[in-house]
Design a protein around this ligand. Structure first.
Ligand SMILES: NC(=O)c1ccc[n+]([C@@H]2O[C@H](COP(=O)([O-])OP(=O)(O)OC[C@H]3O[C@@H](n4cnc5c(N)ncnc54)[C@H](OP(=O)(O)O)[C@@H]3O)[C@@H](O)[C@H]2O)c1
Length: 292
């Protein structure tokens, strides 16, 4: 099996490259070698590599910058995934694409199901929803969309690294407690993806075709950013480096950002768990495993 992975240097892409190497040949690329906003070049790449499976963790993920770079965010997140689905359909192969909890407005108050109406409140969310629609609009293609939430790794950027950095610089930390989501370890997400592909054995494509569609796939449970930060600080293996004495809950309006964030965007992943028979660990278990 030949897998084309676009976005190998991102949090999820880095884990996917490692997790999927036991499934077959993985051809992994990233920006600037490949720029998925260049649609013709993207089509050429896919038709040259001729993958059986295309994994797309690549995305325009800077939520605040997207407010001002709307056109670029819309091409990368909204148009390119549909092009990937079209090209994979021509090849008879499968696309596995990732989307976000930020397609939801965040006003439901409990975890979102796949059947809930998406109604994004920022440009990033709008662009990602357009990407979902473009992929699902390719009729009779083999496409799985995994909507995930609050992705983290220790390797690059992200909230967990920020929290660990702040804990080494600030005696009193203030973290918002009015945003709730489902923290998701990039490695867990990559492993769940690889398991789905492997479920089909020698006929992965038939299996993926049978299970085409949209799934929520995230760490189980829900946490506010405040709860998430407290758990990270508690599990930090190098606690002696911390200077933080107090972690105080704060409100989002104290830290104004260009993009609005959903108040509550945790995802109910029971459809994924039941369909694929893969239990998803509680978000706290993943934090413990990450921290060692
Ligand atoms: N991070 C989260 O909290 C979160 C939450 C929910 C859903 N998601 C979704 O999960 C998926 C993976 O997220 P992630 O956190 O792993 O993202 P990430 O770390 O930001 O990685 C995204 C990758 O895409 C690449 N990329 C950006 N623009 C590109 C372009 N025009 N052409 C080719 N590659 C390009 C980036 O390259 P550069 O770094 O060089 O730009 C980067 O390697 C994405 O679909 C994202 O929308 C993420």
């Amino acid at each position: 099996m030949r897998i084309l992975l676009i976005g190998k240097n991102g949090q999820l892409g880095w884990e996917l490259q490692r997790t999927c190497m036991t499934l077959g040949e993985v051809i992994a690329v990233d920006y600037p070698q490949v720029d998925i906003s260049q649609i013709n070049a993207l089509r050429d790449l896919i038709q040259t590599v001729k993958p059986h499976i295309l994994l797309n963790p690549a995305a325009y993920t800077n939520v605040d910058k997207a407010e001002n770079e709307v056109d670029l965010a819309r091409v990368v997140n909204g148009v390119a995934p549909g092009v990937m689905a079209e090209e994979m359909k021509k090849l008879g192969g499968a696309l596995i694409h990732y989307s976000t909890d930020y397609v939801f407005a965040g006003d439901k108050g409990i975890a979102y199901f796949e059947t809930d109406t998406a109604n994004p409140i920022n440009e990033y969310g709008i662009s990602k929803l357009e990407g979902e629609q473009a992929v699902l609009g390719v009729v009779d293609g083999i496409s799985l969309i995994f909507r995930t939430s609050w992705v983290y790794s220790l390797r690059i950027g992200g909230f967990v690294n920020k929290v660990l950095g702040w804990a080494r610089q600030q005696e009193v930390m203030r973290i918002v407690d009015d945003q709730t989501g489902s923290p998701t370890w990039a490695r867990m997400l990559a492993e769940a993806t690889a398991q789905v592909i492997a479920r089909g054995g020698n006929d992965s494509l038939a299996y993926l075709q049978q299970h085409s569609g949209l799934y929520h796939l995230a760490g189980a449970g829900a946490a506010s950013r405040y709860e998430w930060a407290c758990e990270v600080i508690e599990r930090d293996p190098n606690k002696e480096e911390q200077v933080v004495r107090q972690i105080l809950p704060a409100k989002s309006q104290e830290f104004p950002n260009p993009a609005h964030r959903p108040v509550y965007s945790a995802l109910d992943c029971s459809k994924f768990e039941k369909t694929f028979g893969i239990p998803l660990p509680d978000w706290k278990i993943s934090i413990r495993l990450l921290m060692g």
